[in-house]
Design a protein around this ligand. Structure first.
Ligand code: AVJ
Length: 319
């Protein structure tokens, strides 16, 4: 049996304190905002998995296509002995990388969700019994300390999740990733690309309403965790393309004027009819912008790979 270690760098109650602070700040300001990380309770994570299989949601399939095509080049370029995966979730995509990295000894999945980490690690260890897995329960936007696994290290940040950060947050995050890399280490990052508005909006407003349910799930999380009385049916799912910022925004729009009580915060939050909460920004990128943002953090873009249709890119960068 190979080792499986689980390290918690977040205090057990950190999530709770963060949620309270985010909801208090986000819902008492104008315009109202909630950070997207609160989508992902067990139900939200299931809904996200369902989104990745929707015909309209191309990013997962496009990234998988690139990973499968380029895994041998990634392996040859990095010779990684440790793979660190930020926001690993179900670790499904990682399999293609793991399979292609013959020198790999150690896998370090990092996620805020303990259940996702233990489930993913269990199934991986089944397939790769020689791999040592050191899972980290951590919020990768808050600075990271990695276990002392063998180099070279490949840090993977897949799925386009970097797009959920605002530009100044991305700059801070990329600098913290840069600080993890020793000479010879590399960053592999997935970014969704700017494309026509209809394709983008459909990916975030699917015909079956799965994304709408995913978006509204954040209200159920607040109801359960903070005793609030949000009725998700009082809100409409909205996805808009912001062409100035080149990002998709998901919002929840109040169908009528209403007031929601949040007993655990001792507040009541009023909405005007039509008032919106911004629940997610999902930025779309161009090669120049990715190169510039990486460069600003001291990272050098070495490879840029897209899927055949040019919808999504994987970047390989070194310190
Ligand atoms: C998991 C952040 C990559 O922004 O496309 C999917 C989340 N939101 N549908 C994305 C999401 C709505 C997704 N990421």
């Amino acid at each position: 049996m190979s080792p499986f270690l689980l390290t918690r760098t977040l205090p057990e109650d950190a999530t709770d304190a963060d949620l309270r602070a985010d909801v208090l700040h986000g819902l008492t300001r104008t315009p109202k905002v909630l950070p997207p990380k609160w989508f992902y309770d067990a139900r939200g994570s299931e809904l996200f998995e369902e989104i990745t299989r929707l015909p309209e949601y191309y990013p997962t399939r496009a990234e998988r296509e690139i990973l499968i095509a380029r895994a041998p080049e990634i392996a040859a370029a990095t010779r990684a002995r440790t793979l660190v995966e930020l926001g690993s979730g179900s670790s499904e995509k990682t399999r293609h990388l793991l399979d292609a990295l013959p020198a790999l000894e150690s896998y370090v999945p990092v996620d805020v969700s303990e259940s996702a980490l233990t489930a993913a690690a269990a199934s991986l260890l089944d397939e790769r019994p020689a791999l040592s897995v050191h899972a980290l329960i951590a919020d990768f936007t808050r600075g990271l300390a990695l276990p002392g696994t063998p180099g070279p290290r490949l840090v993977a940040f897949l799925g386009g999740t970097i797009g959920n950060l605002l530009p100044d947050e991305r700059a801070v995050f990329l600098k913290s990733v840069r600080s993890l890399l020793a000479p010879g280490d590399a960053l592999l990052m997935g970014t969704d690309l700017v494309k026509d508005e209809a394709t983008l909006v459909a990916a975030y407003d699917d015909a079956r309403g799965v994304t709408a349910a995913f978006n509204k799930n954040v209200l159920s999380v607040i109801d359960r965790e903070l005793g609030a009385d949000f009725d998700p049916d009082d809100f409409e799912h909205v996805a808009v393309w912001d062409r100035q910022h080149e990002w998709i925004e998901m919002r929840l729009r109040a169908r009528t004027a209403l007031t929601v009580k949040i007993p655990e915060l001792d507040i009541a939050v009023s909405f005007e009819s039509g008032e919106e909460i911004r629940t997610e920004v999902s930025a779309k990128f161009r090669q120049d912008g990715v190169r510039r943002e990486l460069g600003g953090a001291g990272l050098d873009l070495r490879e840029w790979w897209t899927d055949g249709a040019g919808r999504f890119a994987l970047s390989l960068a070194v310190a």
